[in-house]
Design a protein around this ligand. Sequence first.
Ligand code: DU
Ligand code: SF4
Length: 238
Amino acid sequence: RALAQITAELVECRRCPRLVAWREDVAREKRRAYRDQTYWGRPVPGFGDPDAPLVIVGLAPAAHGGNRTGRMFTGDRSGDFLYAALYRAGLASQPTSTSRDDGLSLRGVFITAPCHCAPPDNKPTIAELAACRGWIDRELAALHRARVYLALGKIGYDAVGALARARRASAGDRAEAHPRLPPFAHGVEASIPDPRGGAAAALLFGSYHVSQQNTQTGRLTGDMFDEVLRRAVSAAGL
Ligand code: DU
Ligand code: SF4
């Protein structure tokens, strides 16, 4: 299967020296609460339904979340918020996500990120995002039914927009066929060229990121996220 092949190659990637050092340092030093666990400490593959029409695009794995468990949004507060919402929407088999073998499965949705390794301060550099772009590009290409994208935060939003533009450019499509990508905002919705290179347009939604910084301060509430998710789910025909 295409995704399994991508995963097998991705987890060996050592292209970004700063991120390789960080993901391995964090895995060695650990957080006290997790000191008995073996951290993943590698690139974190996308996760979910290979037949998904809806793709959620985050930012990067968290140092003690995905970088510990080896699965996107698993084992941290962002994941608690996200998977609870996916469960409410009927897309996740359970509301919690604690480890790679917790039995969670997704239906209709796939989750990935433009940066597959945990970055210091949750901030990949422009060069690291550029280096990692080939991986998400391949993942999307393997998601043969993907047509609606829900980006969590500006970086994921711009990354999907850039992939879509690159596909259009390589297809020789006319620029005026799609309006300029509107700036990122919570609840924004944009028609974009298919990031998978197909002829039909795709749809890109933006939401504030599900990080604690947003969910603990009330900048992003469960209701606000559910509302955008509901629109994306409906557009995806789920
Ligand atoms: O068992 P598998 O088909 O190789 O799937 C790998 C991985 O993906 C497993 O942890 C469940 C998840 N998954 C899912 O969430 N939804 C699907 O429809 C298929 C697989
Ligand atoms: Fe490789 Fe991406 Fe990790 Fe860089 S961020 S080392 S390109 S998987």
